[in-house]
Design a protein around this ligand. Sequence first.
Ligand code: ADP
Ligand code: MG
Length: 350
Amino acid sequence: MSTVLLQLNRVQHHYAEDQILDALSLSLNKGEIGCLLGPSGCGKTTALRCILGFEAISGGEIRINNQCVSSATTTTPPEKRQIGMVFQDYALFPHLDVVANIGFGLHRLSRTERQHRIEKWLRIVHLDNAAGKYPHELSGGQQQRVALARALAPQPELLLLDEPFSNLDVNLRENLSLEIREILKNQNITAILVTHDQSEAFAIADKIGVMFNGKIEQWDTAYNLYHQPVNRRVADFIGQGAILPGKVISTQQIEIELGVLNGKIPFDCPTGSKVDVLMRPDDIIHEDTSPQQAAILHKAFRGAEILYTLQLESGDKILSLAPSHHNHEVGEKIGIKLAAEHLTAFKPDS
Ligand code: ADP
Ligand code: MG
């Protein structure tokens, strides 16, 4: 059975008059990786500071291992929470070598235990060969691995990572995020990552909370955020897509220009009413022989795939992802087929 490690129940936070966090709720099981994903300024760092105990909250509660650590009336100090932290700028001690940085939080251990712990983490983050180096002698990726080892060596209950890859080159980012996910999973670490970058969130997290203005609008898996967003704002923030007009034709069916979609309509609406339907690029496949046709307005070559922007007969636009050997020209009409396996609809202008 899975145990809940971290719980936020309707957490409120204010800076003076400004409400920064608004009824923020989430629940994370032991060993799970959660992510707060949202634009800059939406309150992600503030949420982490509340979890750490650096900020008092003005309402709701935060529980770790089912113990209340923050409420409107109590705040357990940070040092009693057993939380490790990794920052965007690594925040390593520049005058300490890798070994001393990793050993920094281990003063309570005996000399031998301390040495063992440091060796273990040097191995885990693949820095055995850099033990005696100083931060300025390491690459950004290596520095962030030292920061991770330093945060995890004291065996915290929970790890928080605030935009940990933002200072790294794009191609390094993806590799390091996958590597860090593997380390966290192997060590059964419970963690919360904060980022404004969707691909980072998707690469690392089991559960993602999409945040706007201090509120989590949807706490869900990457798949559901992409294919079953709860509203237009989440749909627009997560990935690409097009909105097509649709008509409700039964309790489980919506008709659009390309055909009929089956699935649960996520809100109350009578047969005959108009709705907006979300179509992702992978919901429309390209098939040379399909009688249904659309004209190519734009194409974006992405290596293995081409993202086509297509215009339907009605004039409405859709996106379609095709294998890149299906290389057609702008202006050409190509065959398409509806391949949506689920139905995502919103009330018009919601
Ligand atoms: P994010 O990490 O998502 O970019 P932050 O949590 O840093 O967002 O900030 C959320 C909001 O809180 C912003 O509007 C920011 O200006 C405000 N804020 C952050 N820190 C303080 C502070 N110490 N005093 C007053 N306002 C703050
Ligand atoms: Mg921040």
